[in-house]
Each structure stands twice: as structure tokens, then as C-alpha cells.
Design a binder for this molecule. Structure first.
Ligand code: SF4
Length: 214
């Protein structure tokens, strides 16, 4: 089965190519949620110092829910104008009120939290709870589109076929590990421009490789 092939090759590759980031060594759902908010459209390397400063000031849901959004903005604005403090405090207040301060472990409930969309919900469910839930961001979608030879265009991460495939490759007991491996692989090898196909461990079964480069 091609899913097993992807798992085997990808996990092996990831042993040598794992990228260390501070949020990757925790199962604390609050920390993962904050990291994912920050990582949205921002490079991980840029996020590291902001994330660390944020965690010192707001180490848990309660401290964030009680914070002044203007103070929170002073930290988050380092990621760009889009990142308003209220974005973070709203999520924390909502989780405190609706879920008694506990970040939920179902997609439906996670999606009700302000600022959590399908990707962040999937990341939390796999990384924190190791659930067999699908995860698709624009990078993972691009990889799936190429590997499976789908030839889809437009907003790939929202395409039904891409989500279907993601569901099938996430039928693994190592879903959290798969999310990190896919993020690293699509950042380093199956890149948006000039994918490094010659050195790709998946090329033998990749439709893009077969069609364009073999
Ligand atoms: S062979 Fe190229 S296109 Fe296919 S998965 Fe690898 S890097 Fe991506």
C-alpha cells in the first residue's frame, strides 16, 4: 500500500532530518496551539524568539485569558501586523468559558475556538492527542498533489481529493510524528519551487517524478 510506503520512507528520512523547535518537545495543547497560531504564514525560525518570550509571559491559558490584549500585542506584533493580541486572548477566554480551560480533543469543538481552523485543529489532534486525524496545510497539499499526480490547481488544501488522501495517510498510530515529518519534508525537499526530486526518498512512487523528471 502506498500509504505504508510513504510512512516507511518518510519516518526513516526524518530520523536524519528532524528540525528542532521548542514547541516540538511538548504535548501541552496550550503550547501547541500558541505555536500554531504563530506559525500561520510565518517561518518557524522567525517564530522561535517570539514564542519563547510569549511563553515566559503567558505560560498557560489562565495567564493569557487574564492578560491585556495590548500587552499581548507588544509580543505578537513582532510576527507582523496581522498578529493582534486579541486574537490570542479571545481564544484563551473562549476555552476558559466554554471548555473549563481545557483544550478540547475533537475537531468539531476545536473549530469552535476563535482562530482555530482545519489545519490547526488537525495539528493539535495529531501532535498532542496522536489521533488518526487528517492534517493539510498548503505545503502538505502541494506534496500530495504532486505525489499522487492529481493535477489540481487553485487552493489545494481545500480540495476534497486532497483531504481524502490526507485522511488515508493519517491512518497511523504515529500521526503526530507524521505531521512533523511532512512539515519538514515539504519544507526541505518537496518545496514549492524547485523540489529536490533527485534526492527525494519518495521519488520511485511519485507521479510528478515519473511524468516530469525520470
Ligand atoms: S519526487 Fe519530487 S515532487 Fe515527488 S515527492 Fe519527491 S520532491 Fe516531491
Amino acid at each position: 500500500m502506498v500509504e505504508k510506503y510513504i510512512h516507511r520512507k518518510l519516518f526513516l528520512w526524518h530520523k536524519e532530518n528532524y528540525r528542532y523547535f521548542p514547541w516540538r518537545h511538548t504535548k501541552n495543547p496550550y503550547k501547541i496551539m500558541i505555536a500554531e497560531f504563530m506559525l500561520h504564514r510565518t517561518r518557524a525560525e522567525q517564530v522561535v524568539p517570539v514564542y519563547q518570550e510569549f511563553m515566559k509571559k503567558y505560560p498557560d491559558i489562565d495567564s493569557l485569558a487574564g492578560a491585556d490584549p495590548i500587552d499581548v500585542s507588544k509580543v505578537t506584533e513582532k510576527l507582523g501586523l496581522h498578529w493582534r493580541g486579541r486574537h490570542f486572548t479571545d481564544a484563551a477566554i473562549f476555552i476558559n468559558n466554554k471548555f473549563k480551560g481545557r483544550i478540547p480533543d475533537s475537531r468539531g469543538k476545536l473549530l469552535s475556538v476563535p482562530g482555530i481552523g482545519e489545519y490547526i485543529a488537525g495539528a493539535i489532534l495529531t501532535v498532542v492527542f496522536n489521533k488518526k486525524e487528517w492534517v493539510v496545510d498548503s505545503n502538505i497539499a502541494r506534496f500530495l498533489n504532486r505525489f499522487y499526480g492529481l493535477n489540481l490547481s487553485g487552493e489545494l488544501r481545500r480540495k476534497r481529493k486532497i483531504i481524502e488522501i490526507s485522511r488515508s495517510i493519517y491512518q497511523t498510530t504515529r500521526s503526530g510524528q507524521l505531521t512533523f515529518a511532512l512539515l519538514d519534508f515539504t519544507g526541505l525537499i518537496c518545496k514549492p519551487v524547485k523540489p529536490v526530486c533527485n534526492f527525494c526518498i519518495l521519488k520511485m512512487k511519485c507521479n510528478y517524478w515519473k511524468r516530469h523528471l525520470k
